[in-house]
Design a protein around this ligand. Structure first.
Ligand code: B12
Ligand code: SF4
Length: 453
């Protein structure tokens, strides 16, 4: 029997302190899922460092770390710390999968890609004090999505049972994560998801997803996050899923492409199955920019019509936009802001171009000598990482902060949020309050935030 300690690290603030937050609207399933995947004879504990402190004195034999984006710097520090104390350390997740050589400087071994086929072998090897040659465990094929192990939903690291019981606000705020598919078939060249999954897309049987939703419903919950990267990657599957969700009368959020607006039946089924908000990677109002990052399937000239259709269904759109791409100059910021306000976007997450190591975008930028820093702590989407072509990095950051601040200014909030779209008024009110909170945040912080979403 091995004692295994799994950690999802947080990331560092620019001043070196750790980012901590006990209030969070959703949770990744990675840690409880890995626990469910672990053969029963082993003992597994886990910590999400975003809200809990890591047990630095753990008596575990094996420490497993996952990491998203800028968390990687903290993951490496924790890995070094635990190895120095004689623990066997394994790293997994999207970042290390695309950067195994770097990860192996900090760990005994790395799981490249999905854990399902190799996790048992990793535990057996580390428990026996050996490691496969090269230190990289990678399965030869993608795992089937049928019959994935069920994890304990109540053990989600960021879930607060006390608040869930007593606060109607929290019951609305906390979104229970549900996995329906993995991967994305699109080629966006900056995206680590399609790189990690090699542009594959697989989905779980609809009935198994519905089973998970019923478990969540049995807790008295109805708000869900479909945590896939693009659950409409296979339109026929998505329609089948949404259709099956209608009788459950639940409410859900997710992220997906703008293509949802181009298929009336799909959009209608999404709305009827309880879709309340969608994060959509619009990325840029310039078609030239979109083509340049291999996201030409986004048609900027159609955004206005597309967004109208989504709004007409009472679905809030969280726009994900990049500023500082190669077609942008200092006049692009105002164009971007006007577009966002005119089209009544409910919420904005703005990004500076981020070259995730392992992606084509990273390689191109590295070749061109345009990567400004490899300090992974700053890979937070709100820092200058790529030297822009038609402006200075300072101008890019000034424009970035300006768009953020103006988007969340009171006049812009009113123009975007009033009048509300038809239906789902409670959701709209929720977003209105969230906008006011952001307005408050912006007025009290010099720079807009990059992380955390
Ligand atoms: C839920 C989620 C969040 C939540 C919850 C985070 C939390 N701490 O709980 C929120 C919204 C807070 C969030 C925030 C961020 N996230 Co996030 N998040 C996700 C999301 C949607 C789901 C994660 C999940 O549960 N997946 C399902 C599990 C089963 O899959 P998995 O994690 O990939 O794990 C499998 C394998 O990768 C492997 N594996 C993974 N880790 C490990 C570890 C070990 C030891 C082993 C053996 C195997 C292993 O085994 C698993 C089974 O095969 C993913 C996208 C996605 N679809 O995965 C993005 C994603 C992981 N997030 C990402 C990013 C960038 C962020 C942010 C940095 C964004 C930002 N700028 O704010 C922040 C970081 C926040 C922080 N400091 O904690 C990126 C990571 C990109 C990268 N290359 O690293 C992703 C891929 C999204 C994307 N499309 O870019 N996130
Ligand atoms: S559509 Fe989204 S998830 Fe798919 S490749 Fe593009 S950025 Fe990645």
């Amino acid at each position: 029997m091995a004692k295994i300690y799994l950690i999802s690290p947080t990331h560092y603030k620019p001043d070196g302190n750790l980012v901590k937050s006990v209030h969070y609207w959703t949770s990744a399933i990675t840690l409880p899922y890995l626990k469910a995947l672990t053969p029963r004879e082993h003992q597994v504990t886990f910590t999400d460092e975003l809200m809990q402190d890591v047990d630095v004195n753990t008596d575990a034999d094996i420490v497993g770390l996952t990491a998203m984006g800028p968390q990687i710097a903290r993951a490496y520090d924790l890995a070094d710390y635990f190895r120095a104390r004689g623990k066997k350390v394994v790293l997994g997740g999207a970042w290390v999968s695309l950067n195994t050589a770097e990860a192996l400087l900090h760990a005994d071994c790395v799981v490249k890609g999905e854990a399902e086929y190799v996790w048992k072998e990793v535990i057996d090897d580390l428990s026996a004090g050996r490691v496969k040659e090269g230190g990289v465990y990678q399965s030869e094929k993608w795992h089937s999505m049928v019959g994935l192990p069920r994890f304990d939903y109540q053990s989600l690291p960021l879930f607060r049972p006390d608040l869930f019981k007593k606060s109607p606000f929290y019951r609305m705020y906390f979104h229970w994560p549900v996995l329906a598919s993995r991967g994305c078939p699109h080629p966006c060249e900056y995206c680590s998801v399609q790189t990690y999954y090699d542009r594959t897309f697989r989905s779980r049987p609809v009935e198994e997803v519905i089973e998970d939703l019923k478990v969540i419903k049995s807790f008295g919950a109805r708000r869900v996050l479909i945590l896939d990267d693009n659950p409409i990657g296979n339109v026929r599957y998505a329609k089948e899923l949404f259709r099956a969700m209608i009788p459950l009368k639940m409410e859900w959020a997710s992220q997906m492409t703008i293509n949802i607006a181009r298929n009336d039946e799909l959009l209608d089924l999404a709305a009827r199955s309880g879709c309340r908000s969608l994060s959509i990677g619009l990325e840029s109002v310039s078609q030239e920019n979109l083509e340049h990052i291999d996201k030409g399937f986004n048609k900027a000239p159609r955004f206005e019509d597309d967004l109208k259709k989504i709004r007409a269904k009472g679905i809030q759109v969280i726009a994900l936009m990049m500023v500082g791409l190669d077609g942008d100059d200092t006049t692009s910021f105002q164009r971007t802001l006007d577009f966002l306000v005119d089209n009544k976007l409910s919420f904005l997450k703005l990004f500076t171009p981020c070259p995730y190591p392992g992606t084509k975008y990273y390689d191109d930028m590295a070749k061109a000598g345009r990567i400004m820093t490899r300090e992974w702590n700053r890979y937070d989407y709100g820092s200058p990482l790529i030297r822009p072509t038609h402006m200075t990095p300072e101008q890019m950051m000034e424009g970035f902060n300006r768009v953020y601040n103006r988007f969340y200014s009171l006049p812009a909030i009113v123009r975007r949020m009033v009048p509300p779209p038809k239906g789902n008024y409670v959701e709209h009110f929720f977003y209105f309050v969230a906008n006011l909170k952001l307005n408050h945040y912006m007025r009290h912080h010099k720079d807009a935030w990059g992380t955390i979403s």
